[in-house]
Design a protein around this ligand. Structure first.
Ligand code: FES
Length: 255
């Protein structure tokens, strides 16, 4: 039986750092854009989630079976996964042309859908710590070479109807937010490559939007790949728009 450790190519007693390093290496190799396949990419992602959520390694295959039966996303403990039982099959909602999936139809249901938009993310704190700028042409190349932890730099896939913030949270990341409705700037990200659309008018100025600033709580990718820097709320101009998260927590509690 395949264990999640086998998928990542590490021993079952690997420590946390080894798991993260293996995941970063494998998820890039497995990505369809880098010569992998959707099925392999999903398998690597599930293996990483399985290990980091502390689930029984022997239950890994059972989770795959559950996904095939109900078409639902990972994992089966309610901690993450796309909303709605058929979201996984639809992926980004964009079907490949007939026959395009022929080479990677190895029997896994995940091959039947199109991979959603892929986001390469980078934590703004890394820029501050290294003296890098958002405008650096080689920003993400430098991040790649720096071998950062997976919560600082990596890849994630946005499912159908998900916002950027929801996708990050599905992966277990704690990106900043407060109102979750476009009324503050706590969740702002800088889109360095690709584009993100926001369905409602927001607190952002036109100048900020022209600079690629978007709100991750309401923003959805409109390009197949993106490069974004998150955690940018301390950027000049954005700090003034921020609102204390506690204000929204108490408002939600009052609902
Ligand atoms: S969390 Fe307030 S605008 Fe996104």
């Amino acid at each position: 039986m395949e264990s999640p450790y086998d998928v990542l190519g590490i021993d079952a007693d690997a420590d946390e750092d080894a798991v993260v390093r293996a995941y970063r290496r494998r998820v890039k190799d497995a990505h369809p854009d880098h010569g992998g396949s959707l099925a392999e990419f999903e398998r690597v992602r599930r293996a990483y989630e399985h290990i980091t959520n502390g689930r029984d390694p022997s239950a890994f295959e059972a989770n795959v079976g559950d996904r095939r039966r109900d078409g639902n996303g990972p994992p089966n403990d309610g901690s993450s996964g796309p909303r709605g039982g058929d979201d996984v099959r639809r992926g980004s909602g964009r079907s490949k042309p007939d026959g395009e999936n022929a080479d990677d139809s190895a029997g896994d249901d995940t091959d039947e859908r199109t991979l959603g938009p892929t986001v390469e993310y980078l934590d703004y704190e890394v820029l501050e710590a290294n003296g890098w700028e958002l405008t650096d042409d080689d920003l993400f190349e430098k991040a790649e070479a720096a071998d950062l932890d997976v919560d600082r730099h990596g890849l994630l896939v946005v499912e159908d109807r998900e916002t950027l913030l929801e996708a990050a949270e599905r992966y277990g990341f704690s990106w900043p937010y407060a109102c979750r409705g476009g009324a503050c700037a706590n969740c702002a990200v800088a889109v360095v490559e690709g584009d993100v659309e926001m369905p409602v008018s927001t607190v952002l100025t036109d100048e900020m939007k022209e600079q690629g600033i978007r709100l991750s709580c309401i923003g959805q990718p409109v390009t197949d790949s993106l490069k974004v820097v998150f955690n940018i709320e301390r950027l000049p101009g954005l700090a003034e728009l921020r609102l204390p998260a506690e204000q929204f927590e108490s408002a939600r509690a009052d609902d």
